[in-house]
Design a protein around this ligand. Sequence first.
Ligand SMILES: [Zn+2]
Ligand SMILES: [Zn+2]
Length: 346
Amino acid sequence: MKALLLAEYSHLEVADLPMPEVAPGDVLVQVAACGICGSDVHGYDGSSGRRIPPIVMGHEAAGTVAAIGSSVEGLSEGDRVTFDSTVYCGACEFCALGQINLCNNRQVIGVSCGDYRRHGAFAEYVVVPERIVYRLPDSISFAEAAMLEAVSVALHAVRVAQLSGGETALVIRAGMIGLLTLQAARAAGCSRVFIADIDASRLRLATMVGADATLHCSGADLVAEVKKLTGGRGADVVLEAVGRNETVTGAIECARKGGTVVLVGNIAPEVTLPLQIVVTRQLRLQGSCASAGEYPQAIELIASGAIQVKPLITAVASLEEGPRWFERLHSREPNLMKVVLTPGAV
Ligand SMILES: [Zn+2]
Ligand SMILES: [Zn+2]
C-alpha cells in the first residue's frame, strides 16, 4: 500500500509499505481523509520526540471498512467510519472510570515515542481496534470527519469546565482548537461567547462560526475589554487554547471571581502563575487533555450543524502533496487551518 512515511526527521516520502495485519479484534480501514494535526507538525522535525522515524503519522482520519478481524461483530465491510486517535487498554483504573484519555497504557495512532510504534493513517490503509471505531452518518463527508478529533478535544475542554448553562465564556486565541471550543461552549449553553486573538483574519473566521464578540487585543487591553463586556465582572469561564505565559496570564486575569480557567494549550512546558489572583479570586484552574468519549457527541453536533467545521478546512490534498503541506505548516505560513490529505483518492 501507499503511505506517507516520515523516513527521517523533516523528510516525508510516499513509500510502498506492506499491508497492515488484521488481528482478531481489529478493523482495517481504507483511509479516505486524514487531517494534519499540529502534533504531527511538531513531531515531523523531531521537536516533540513523539514521531521517531520511520513512522507513518496521522490520527485524524475517516474512511471505509475494508476488512474485519475474526472477533469483530459490530462492523462490516463498506461501513463509513472514523476512529478515536487514542487506543486505550480498557482494563486499567482510569479506563474503568471512562477516563480513557488518562489510560495507563494509552497509545496514540501514528505515534512512535520509544515505548511503542503505531503506524497511522497517512496511508491507503490503517488498522485500528474495533473499540475505538465509530460509524459515520452519510451527512458527514470524510473531510469533515477528519475534524472529529479536534471537535472532541474542544467538547472535552468544555465538559471539564462543568458549565450549567447561561455562562459568559471567553476563548483565548482563535486557532483551530479555539474556534471549535468557541462553538462547543455555545453548544453547551453559554449565553455569550467571546474570543480573543491578535490575528484579524482568524477573528473573521470566529465571527463566521458564531462569536458574539471578537477581541483583537491581548494583555491589559484584553482584560479591559472583557471587563467592559461583562459589567466589570470578568468571564465566568475562560478557555485557554495556546499555553504560553502571556495567554495563560491573560486567561487568569479575565476570569471573574470564583470563575474557571480551562487550560487546553500547552505549547510551553512551564508558565509563570499569577498566584495571588488565583488564590484571592478563588479561581479554579482545570487542565484538559485530549478527549474521553466525546466522539459520538462530536458526530451529532457536526451532523446537526451546531458545530461548523467546513470553514476551518484550508485545503484537501493528495498524499503526494503531503510533504509540501507539511513544509508550509511547519514554516507557520499564515492563514492555514486544517489541511486534510486524501490517501484513497489517487
Ligand atoms: Zn490531532
Ligand atoms: Zn486503560
